[in-house]
Design a protein. Structure first.
Length: 118
């Protein structure tokens, strides 16, 4: 009986830590252009005319994000359990897509942990 009691306490503690670790994260879909953040932030580069450079920068591992029609930018971050989704986002540089994932807002930086790209 004591073993079941201890297991129950451990399960409750683990569930509480999971909720605490996720913080203020919410699942969301974000639609916009995949931009390489190095060029977008430094000289406002985006769109079809910048596609070749954006794909090259993304392939090099430079940071990428989603630029929405409203002008919001979300840094794309990888979910280590679904790395293929982030890799797909890199291949879609300069294209308009919908990214599904967990959204974070930390220290003024908006980010979405990529779970799917459509």
């Amino acid at each position: 009986m004591k073993l079941f009691h201890k297991l129950g306490i451990l399960l409750i503690a683990a569930a509480s830590l999971t909720v605490w670790a996720e913080g203020d994260a919410d699942s969301k879909d974000v639609t916009g252009e995949i931009v390489d953040l190095s060029c977008y932030i430094s000289h406002n580069a985006s769109g079809e005319k910048h596609a070749k450079c954006a794909k090259s920068c993304a392939a090099k591992g430079l940071p990428i994000g989603v630029l929405t029609e409203a002008g919001e930018v979300y840094l794309l971050i990888e979910n280590h359990d679904k790395a293929d989704a982030y890799a797909m986002a890199k291949e879609k540089a300069a294209e308009t897509v919908t990214v599904s994932g967990v959204v974070f807002d930390k220290g003024g930086v908006k980010a979405i942990q990529v779970l799917a790209v459509n």
